[in-house]
Design a protein around this ligand. Structure first.
Ligand SMILES: [Zn+2]
Length: 275
């Protein structure tokens, strides 16, 4: 299939929560720069001529209160702002099963979940005995996915896979054992939704991992793999960086918290990181 005949999808980032953090908390290696570096929480929507994919499902208000995150909107309700009725969603890609990516499964009752097999093995296996690793998972969310398996609603993958022409899963690991990124064909070329393969622009571009990590080597390899799959650095979208919201065109009303990733950034990386 030639590049021209691959469908061009619209891709949206929906910002649904935020939390104040310090820069020193966001890098495994000591970073001498002081100062605030907040974290945003997103889900993504991939909308094509024939198929629509929700990427990750976020958390709810109860989880936000328990973990002291500022909850801006229900990420599943927010799909309606893009004309998507949650009950009509047929495909949900789960990049991994951390609480901020795989809650709210019950709000998408008709969706097939696309997941790396390794991720469910990790989330239900021996390493969950350890507080350090378990902390970012919520058992009820994982159980919802297990129920999905019994209901024949989970599609498992072992490695890279094409879901549709122009929508590809990319196994990375690193952050968790089965983390997958998503590569999408758009009118501006191939965009890579890194999810937590890189929380911030600086993680990937400085080769400086975020501290929540299962395998550092896989995480570093993942940076190279994903940059190689994105058309340019400006086609790589980190999973939690507030700069994503500053960098891409707002879609609809500003308070909707939605930016369009299939459109050229208004502040490209070559123009420097906006502060
Ligand atoms: Zn994560």
């Amino acid at each position: 299939m030639t590049e021209k005949s691959i469908p061009a999808y619209q891709v949206f980032a929906i910002r649904y929560a935020t939390v104040a953090r310090k820069r020193v908390e966001n890098f495994l290696a000591y970073d001498p720069h002081e100062g605030p570096m907040p974290m945003d929480y997103f889900v993504w929507l991939i909308q094509g001529p024939d198929r629509t994919f929700v990427v990750d499902t976020g958390f709810n208000e109860v989880a936000a209160m328990a973990r002291k995150r500022e909850f801006l909107q229900c990420p599943i309700n927010a799909l309606r702002k893009l004309g998507i009725e949650p009950a009509d969603v047929t495909d949900a890609i789960l990049t991994h099963l951390h609480y901020d990516h795989a809650g709210n499964i019950k709000l998408l009752p008709n969706a097939i979940m696309h997941l790396q097999e390794k991720e469910l093995q990790y989330a239900t296996g021996r390493y969950m005995q350890y507080d350090l690793i378990r902390h970012a998972y919520a058992v009820d969310d994982v159980v919802d996915v297990v129920r999905g398996v019994y209901d024949k609603r989970v599609m498992f993958y072992n490695g890279d896979a094409q879901l549709a022409p122009g929508v590809e899963l990319v196994l990375v690991g690193g952050h968790t054992q089965g983390l997958q990124a998503v590569r999408v064909h758009t009118e501006r070329g191939w965009v890579v939704l890194a999810s937590d393969a890189s929380h911030y622009y600086d993680n990937i571009h400085d080769e400086s991992p975020f501290p929540i990590v299962f395998h550092v080597g896989d995480m570093l390899d993942g940076y190279h793999k994903l940059l190689g799959l994105a058309d340019t650095k400006d086609h790589l979208v980190p999973g939690h960086d507030p700069q994503v919201f500053a960098r891409y065109p707002i879609w609809g009303a500003r308070e909707n918290g939605i930016v369009a990733l299939h459109m050229d950034p208004i502040k490209p990386l070559s123009a420097g990181i906006p502060m």
